[in-house]
Design a protein around this ligand. Structure first.
Ligand SMILES: [Zn+2]
Length: 61
């Protein structure tokens, strides 16, 4: 599945995942990749990063 996120979509993701303490509902792999890059280096305390990681590993099976 190749889906490019639109600017609007990325803007929404930014607004909803600014708080590293708040869980994020990952919409898909594109969103997961966005979260992983936006929150890279935040460490294990970062909830969006953890959510994205589990979404990616769930997709990989
Ligand atoms: Zn973070």
């Amino acid at each position: 599945m190749i889906v490019q996120a639109t600017r609007e979509q990325i803007g929404r993701w930014e607004l909803r995942s600014r708080d590293c303490k708040q869980a994020v509902c990952v919409e898909g792999q594109e969103h997961a990749r966005y979260l992983l890059s936006a929150h890279a280096g935040h460490g294990g305390e970062c909830q969006p990063y953890q959510d994205a990681l589990s979404a990616v590993s769930a997709a990989l099976g």
